[in-house]
Design a protein around this ligand. Structure first.
Ligand code: 5RP
Length: 226
């Protein structure tokens, strides 16, 4: 199976977690796009969606699904999103698609996080994928130096010859060279650094369930998040 077929498979499998008559939280990325395409087929059965990015909002609306703002709604039964890496405890690195801040916000509003990904995203230790960190622009170069102090090589994410600007009007650093053995502690520590808006470690907002695409079918993992 191609990676695209694996993404389609887990996108469709995630429909089983959508609660009829309710809202669903929707992440961002190529795997989530497959989920949105599948969700279009059950749009009449749901109240609508809360979206984590401009790109997902546009795709949801094109599929005929109403999109609500976080502030208009209470808690969501489920949030469905992809990941760049996921470890054996359901902690993740996210933000490869630049949507980490809104993803974390919507995930925090949901009772359950269902991660959809292909099996290649599973890792023993987070950090092989460069860690995305959304930062306030005026802090970027100081944060590059601060990451160097802890062994990380931070690069400003570019869009052509300009810094990429997120949906929130901020910039992104991608930090390689980190071996994240204690995701919660690292998320806590980096989140305190002045100028950091969001760290792409999702340990506090980790996955409850992962649906991983394999050539043998969908592998389901469940995580104890107590
Ligand atoms: C976007 C994300 C995505 O979930 C992550 O990058 C995975 O994307 P894809 O499904 O395209 O591999 O965190 O900010």
């Amino acid at each position: 199976m191609t990676q695209d077929e694996l993404k389609t498979m887990v996108g469709q499998a995630a429909l089983a977690y959508v609660v009829p008559g309710e809202l669903v939280g929707v992440g961002t990325g190529s795997t989530v796009n497959k989920f949105i395409d599948a969700l279009g087929g059950m749009r009449a059965q749901i109240k609508g969606a809360v979206s984590s990015s401009v790109a997902s909002t546009e795709r949801l609306r094109a599929a005929g699904i109403a999109v609500f703002d976080c502030n208009e709604v209470g808690s969501l039964p489920v949030y469905i999103d992809g990941a760049d890496e996921i470890d054996a405890q359901g902690c993740m690195i996210k933000g490869g698609g630049a949507a980490l801040t809104r993803e974390k916000i919507v995930a925090a509003q949901a009772l359950q996080f269902v991660c959809i990904a292909d099996q290649s995203k599973q890792v023993d230790v987070l950090g092989r994928f460069p860690l995305p960190v959304e930062v306030v622009p005026m802090a970027a170069q100081r944060l590059v130096r601060d990451f160097a102090q802890i062994g990380g090589q931070a690069r400003l994410r570019m869009n052509g010859d300009q810094p990429l600007v997120t949906d929130n009007g901020q910039w992104l650093l991608d930090v390689s060279g980190l071996h994240i053995h204690d995701p919660k502690a690292t998320e806590d520590r980096l989140s305190q650094w002045p100028g950091v808006l969001t760290v792409g470690i999702f340990a506090h907002q980790g996955a409850h369930v992962a649906l991983l695409g394999t050539s043998q079918g969908v592998q389901k993992l469940t995580f104890d998040r107590a």
